[in-house]
Design a protein around this ligand. Structure first.
Ligand code: UDX
Length: 436
């Protein structure tokens, strides 16, 4: 008989995991304390934008395998409970807020059946899994807890969940590993690499991977600063070093840096945890990674001032992009929106366009102007900022766009536009790390 699965926490990670587990043939119940979220999901609507997820969700609900509830009693008979709640950054601290994960464990511990497995997927400070396992066993000695970090990228969440490039399981027994092998049988048949680890290593894999990615991005952004100082071109430099297979070309896109709900908070929480462990020196470099990242935003603002004037009062600036990256409506720690807000605070009249993220952006920064049409956004602009590399922006006709603006100056904050085409159409084209 197929295992019954529960997914606790139906945000970004949980909603995707629940729909994907159902599509793998399991009976799945998604649980959340947010009744509004649950009723939206139960009616087949996801409260955020993610390609392919809505279709999959609706298909799985119709199959009868996937249901949603706010009642923990409805999952008391499940064999495996995935915990997918958020671990945001604490206010006034670099550390992660673990209140939701503790609440989830405390809700499931007294009711889960003997032999069931609680599996943490959320990103947590190392040591959390062992602490939660102890707590679980104290309340329910016949259950067990494992850690199975999630590596999905926004914009590719369904693909990454159904076909992950590796599966990492932190376990303390063969029985727990075997249960997870049963869950991921289709992936194992497809030869997905399987890494068995202890609990702390499994937790660390996730933050180590995100720290590495953040480091790669900040490395190329540091090279962009050097290119600016020395008169070079970081896009050519990135291409050239990327051909070395030991380096690789991915995550070497210089620009306004990383944002989103994971990378920034994960490296900060990792530093905070290392400090608690007395190992702060080992992660001292992440502080530099964070500051290079935040500096990229200031460098764009400096470019704006250089091109317009030190005083931005009354200048009309069009911003293309609000999401932290394309194919997402996520504006958490979005470099694009942060830059837009800072320029507006300096007195400029800022109008922001984004194909998907206007509603969440409005919630975060209600004082900015937002516009659904690219043409209207650019209308009469003194300067255009390209800050999120959506495909539609790459497909813009520079000649047509020139006829809309007051002054044809564009800053490509993502090094993603075709510079030659914009220059040929008569634009003054600026980009981070490109001086010639
Ligand atoms: C990331 C990890 O990739 C994923 O494995 C983990 O599970 C969650 O965190 P995500 O936040 O969806 O995923 O975004 P990602 O694609 O990693 O991009 C992060 C940020 O880096 C974005 O703001 C993106 O614009 C920026 N970035 C990425 C660059 O500035 N340059 C690059 O070359 C790549």
């Amino acid at each position: 008989m197929k295992l019954k699965v529960s997914v606790i926490g139906t945000g970004y990670l949980g909603a995707t995991h629940a729909a994907c587990m159902s599509s793998m043939g399991f009976e799945v119940v998604g649980i959340d304390v947010d009744a509004l979220k649950i009723s939206a999901l139960a009616s087949g609507k996801i409260p955020f934008y993610e390609p392919d997820l809505q279709e999959l969700l609706q298909k799985e609900i119709s199959s009868g395998r996937l249901t949603f509830s706010t009642d923990f009693n409805s999952i008391a008979d499940a064999d495996v409970h995935f915990i997918c709640v958020g671990t945001p950054q604490l206010e006034n601290s670099l550390a992660a807020d673990l209140q939701y994960i503790d609440a989830a464990l405390e809700a499931i511990a007294p009711i889960c059946k003997p032999g069931s497995l609680v599996v943490g997927k959320s990103t947590v400070p190392v040591g959390t899994a062992a602490r939660l396992r102890e707590k679980l066993l104290r309340i329910n000695p016949e259950a067990d807890l494992a850690w199975n970090p999630e590596f999905l990228r926004e914009g590719f969440a369904v693909e990454d969940t159904l076909r992950p490039n590796r599966l990492v399981v932190g376990v303390t027994s063969d029985a727990a590993e075997n249960t997870l092998k049963e869950i991921y049988r289709t992936n194992l048949e497809a030869k997905t690499p399987w890494v068995r680890a202890d609990l702390p290593t499994a937790e660390l894999v996730k933050v180590a991977a995100n720290s590495f990615l953040a480091t790669k991005i900040s490395f190329i952004n540091a090279m962009a600063e050097i290119c600016e100082a020395a008169g070079g071109d970081v896009t050519v430099l990135a291409e050239a070093i990327g051909y070395d297979p030991r380096i690789g070309s991915r995550f070497l896109q210089a620009g306004i840096g990383f944002g989103g709900g994971c990378l920034p908070k994960d490296i900060r929480a990792f530093m905070a945890r290392a400090s608690e462990l007395g190992a702060d020196q080992a992660l001292e470099f992440l502080r530099e990674i964070d500051s290079i990242n935040l500096r990229a935003r200031q460098r764009v603002i400096e470019l704006v001032r250089k091109d317009l004037s030190q005083d931005l009062t009354g200048k009309s600036i069009a911003v293309l992009g609000a999401a932290f990256k394309p194919d997402s409506d996520d504006v958490r720690d979005s470099p694009a929106l942060d830059i837009a807000a800072q320029i507006a605070a300096a007195g400029a009249k800022v109008t922001v366009h984004d194909p998907k993220a206007i509603a969440p952006a409005k919630k975060r920064f209600p004082a900015l102007n937002y516009c659904e049409s690219i043409e209207e956004t650019l209308g009469g602009a003194d300067l255009v900022l390209h800050l999120t590399e959506w495909k539609i922006y790459r497909e813009l006709d520079p000649l047509k766009m020139k006829s809309l603006v007051a002054s044809p100056v564009i800053i490509d904050g993502r090094n993603a536009l075709d510079r030659d085409a914009w220059v040929a159409a008569g634009w003054k084209f600026r980009a981070l790390g490109r001086t010639n």
